[in-house]
Design a protein around this ligand. Structure first.
Ligand code: 1JT
Length: 260
């Protein structure tokens, strides 16, 4: 397109497979001229992500489980040997137990709640702390969120609470990292049929309901989310920090809708 990220190096965490939002973002970053470092979580995903690394001509593909501080520390060390500085980081990571996305929220276990918070919200703080020293010229950190953070969305439950913490973390991080010229933002994507979402009960009905009511009368394409991630990581986004940018066909503005 227009090489919006020419000369920039980006770290993308959260590629698991072809349907991952992080994969669409990595592909768009490469299209715009960025050099990539990808991470995978554990041996099970190693081969898949390494293949994407070859396809996308990534400078490096590294292991990183964001719940382990020592893995984040070694990620930083390995990053230093790949690139002197980093310009952008994309955090596209979330997890909750499947039963916590179907049982009543009231039944959420202590462990399930803490797990969702650790993987889906605290990890952004840990990643930002790790990458900030690699951004001496400033940079951009972008995470992915969902409307269930501020509205009650059936079944989203413990993930909604984790995304609320994630969005608040974006604001506090943006405030503290702003003086270092590091911007921190979230993209709130409309529902997308990723592998994570496939396990969610009645997800196809959610997609149909959203497409019927959204101003654009369709669902969200991962490529649209990726293009907004390009904007935020690029110089075009230089004045934007601490924000939640909705890429959801406009669904979030609708109060009472009449479908059809
Ligand atoms: C996780 C999952 C995080 C699914 C997610 C997610 N963020 C968005 N989705 C998709 C989704 C899910 C529901 C929904 C709308 C979108 C699954 C596993 C762990 C993390 O409800 C209408 C439930």
């Amino acid at each position: 397109m227009s090489q919006l990220l020419a000369g920039k190096t980006a770290l993308v965490l959260g590629v698991a497979n072809k349907w991952s939002i992080a994969y669409a973002i990595a592909a768009a970053f490469v299209r715009e001229g960025a050099s990539l470092v990808l991470t995978y979580q554990g041996e099970r995903q190693r081969q898949t992500v390494e293949e994407f690394g070859v396809e996308l001509k990534a400078a490096k593909v590294l292991n990183c489980d964001v719940t382990k501080q020592e893995e984040l520390d070694s990620l930083v060390n390995e990053l230093k040997s790949v690139t002197p500085t980093l310009d952008a980081a994309v955090h596209s990571i979330a997890f909750a137990n499947k039963e916590d996305l179907s049982r009543p929220f009231l039944e959420t276990s202590r462990d399930g709640y803490l797990l969702a918070q650790e993987v889906s919200a605290y990890s952004l703080v840990a990643v930002a702390r790790s990458v900030a020293p690699l951004m001496p010229n400033g940079g951009s950190v972008t995470t992915l969120t969902y409307l269930g953070s501020t509205r009650v969305v059936q079944n989203y439950n413990v993930m909604g609470v984790a995304k609320a913490a994630l969005e608040a973390s974006v604001r506090y991080l943006a405030s503290e990292l702003g003086p270092l010229k590091i911007r921190v933002n979230a993209i709130s994507a409309g529902p997308i049929k990723t592998t994570s979402a496939r396990g969610v009960r009645d997800f196809s009905k959610v997609l149909d309901g959203v497409a019927a009511l959204a101003p654009l009368r369709r669902n969200t394409d991962p490529a649209e989310v990726a293009d907004t991630a390009v904007f935020l990581a690029s110089d075009l986004g230089r004045g934007v920090t601490g924000n939640v940018v909705f890429v959801d066909s406009g669904f979030q503005i609708v109060g009472v809708g009449i479908s059809g």
